[in-house]
Design a protein around this ligand. Structure first.
Ligand SMILES: [Cu+2]
Length: 164
């Protein structure tokens, strides 16, 4: 009886530890969890070339980190196109052969749609792209959770052999 209890404790203890770890990674205040990691990814200045042509942007999705100073170089390759970034309320337009620059601080994390702000043809309303501003905190939590998942997988693989 007590033997079985010890055995089941042995079986469940690592899972409880893992569950606790997962909760810690997901909810712990970030400065306590990864102060050094947060410092390791300082805001950077980046220039991204965004090509606009009827009726798409290349690349269609732009990834930056929160805090980055971003310069979008908008290059039109056929007719006049524009860009309006939802959430940030930024707008500019570019004539063909005359790149326009849009510099802003990516201070808001999240996913923001941008779309053409110059009526450029039949499919103009569908000329959209996406700006993804990742918060560093989410990135580190994601990495932490991935580690926990790998540990769980390892545990799951090992445990059935132990408890016979
Ligand atoms: Cu357009």
């Amino acid at each position: 009886m007590s033997n079985r209890l010890v055995l089941s404790l042995k079986y469940y203890a690592p899972w409880l530890v893992l569950a606790g770890l997962a909760l810690l990674v997901a909810w712990a205040p970030l400065p306590a969890l990864a102060p050094r990691a947060a410092q390791a990814a300082p805001p950077t200045e980046r220039t991204i070339r965004l090509e606009a042509q009827s009726f798409e942007y290349t690349p269609p999705v732009i990834h930056v980190n929160q805090g980055d100073l971003v310069t979008l170089e908008v290059v039109s390759t056929d007719v006049v196109h524009g860009i309006y970034i939802d959430g940030y309320g930024l707008e500019t337009s570019a004539d063909p052969g005359q790149p326009a620059r849009l510099t802003f601080l990516a201070d808001r994390a999240g996913s923001f749609r941008f779309r053409c702000s110059v009526s450029c043809g039949a499919l103009h309303p569908f000329m959209i792209g996406q700006l993804k501003v990742g918060s560093n905190g989410l990135l580190w939590r994601g990495i932490g959770l991935a580690v926990v998942v790998v540990l769980a997988g390892w545990l799951f693989y090992r445990q059935p052999m132990r408890v016979k």
